[in-house]
Design a protein around this ligand. Structure first.
Ligand code: ATP
Ligand code: MG
Length: 264
C-alpha cells in the first residue's frame, strides 16, 4: 500500500482561483519523489494540502490509508527560508521542535534522553561542534542543516520540502544535495521535494513528477532509473542529462499556459 495517496484532488483559493485540478499521486514508504513545474502551477499549494493546512474541494488525501483532515505529527516541512528561532542555539532550535511536538512519547522524554536525541540529530546533519551556535552565526547551508534536523527530530513519516536549497550558492547546494541523500538513506523517510532545478530533481529523486501550468496537474511521472548511491561526480554525465532534457522539454511546453490570463 502507498504511504501517501492523493486521489483526484482539486483545490481553489477563496478568491475562486483553481490552483490544482485532477491531481493524483502516490508515494511509497521511503520513496524520494521530486516535483517540478512552471512557477505558479501549484507546487507549494500541493505541499500545503498534504500538510493539512487547507481543505481540498474535491478528492482525497490519505496517509497510511487514513484520510488527512489537518496537520499531524506524521508530517514535517522544510521551507526555502530556514525560519530558525534567532534566540535559540542550534541544539535549542532542534529541541524546541521536540518540546512542541504532538508525539507524546517524544515530549515526555527526560532531559538526558532529549539531549542524546539532539546530539544524534546534530551529528546526522554534520553539525558537530556547532551545537551552541546561534543561527545568526551560521552560514545559509548550516541553517538549512538545522532546519532539516529540526524537521527530522519529530520522526515524521513524510518530509515535505519546498525548494529548501533555492537560497544557497551553487557549491553549497551541490553539497547539500549529497548530504540530504546521505541523511535520507539513514532515516528512510518518504520525501516529497519541490524544486525549480531539473538537475536537482533528477539527481535526488526516485521519481520526478512534472506538473502543468495552472490549474496544476501531474502530466508526467518519470522513474529515474539511476542506481543508488548516486555519485556526485557523475551528476553532469549523460545518464542524468538524458532525463534532464526530457523533463526540460516537458516543462517548456507548459510554461506558456501559466503566463496567460489569470482567469480560470
Ligand atoms: N493565498 C493565496 N490566495 C490566492 N491565490 C493564491 C494564494 N497562494 C497562491 N495562490 C495562487 O495559486 C497558484 C499556485 O501558487 P503556488 O504558490 O502553489 O505555486 P508554485 O508552483 O509553488 O509557484 P513557485 O514555483 O513560484 O513557487 C498561483 O497562481 C498563485 O497566484
Ligand atoms: Mg512555490
Amino acid at each position: 500500500m502507498a504511504l501517501l495517496e492523493l486521489d483526484d484532488i482539486e483545490f481553489a483559493y477563496g478568491n475562486g482561483l483553481v490552483a490544482l485540478r485532477n491531481v493524483s499521486l502516490r508515494a511509497e514508504p521511503g520513496e524520494f519523489v521530486c516535483i517540478v513545474g512552471p512557477s505558479g502551477c501549484g507546487k507549494s499549494t500541493l505541499l500545503d494540502l498534504i500538510d493539512g493546512l487547507a481543505k481540498i474541494s474535491h478528492g482525497q488525501i490519505s496517509i497510511g490509508g487514513k484520510p488527512v483532515f489537518g496537520p499531524g505529527p506524521d508530517r514535517a516541512v522544510v521551507f526555502q527560508a530556514a525560519s530558525l528561532l534567532p534566540w535559540r542555539t542550534v541544539a535549542g532550535n532542534i529541541s524546541f521542535a521536540l518540546e512542541a511536538t504532538k508525539r507524546e512519547e517524544l515530549r515526555r522524554e527526560t532531559n538526558e534522553q532529549r539531549r542524546d536525541r539532539v546530539a544524534r540529530l546534530v551529528a546526522l546533519v554534520g553539525l558537530n561542534g556547532f551545537e551552541g551556535y546561534f543561527p545568526g552565526a551560521l552560514s545559509g547551508g548550516m541553517r538549512q542543516r538545522v532546519n532539516l534536523a529540526r524537521a527530522l527530530s519529530v520522526e515524521p513519516d513524510i518530509l515535505l520540502m519546498d525548494e529548501p536549497f533555492a537560497n544557497l550558492d551553487a557549491q553549497t547546494r551541490d553539497l547539500m544535495q549529497v548530504e540530504l541523500l546521505r541523511v535520507w538513506n539513514e532515516s528512510r523517510r518518504t520525501v516529497i521535494f519541490v524544486t525549480h532545478s531539473i538537475q536537482e530533481a533528477v539527481f535526488l529523486g526516485d521519481r520526478v513528477l512534472v506538473m502543468s501550468g495552472r490549474p496544476g496537474t501531474v502530466v508526467r511521472d518519470i522513474k529515474i532509473d539511476i542506481p543508488r548511491p548516486r555519485i556526485a561526480d557523475k551528476r553532469r554525465g549523460p545518464e542524468y542529462t538524458a532525463y534532464e532534457e526530457d523533463i526540460g522539454r516537458e516543462i517548456a511546453g507548459h510554461v506558456k499556459l501559466v503566463s496567460e490570463s489569470p482567469s480560470q
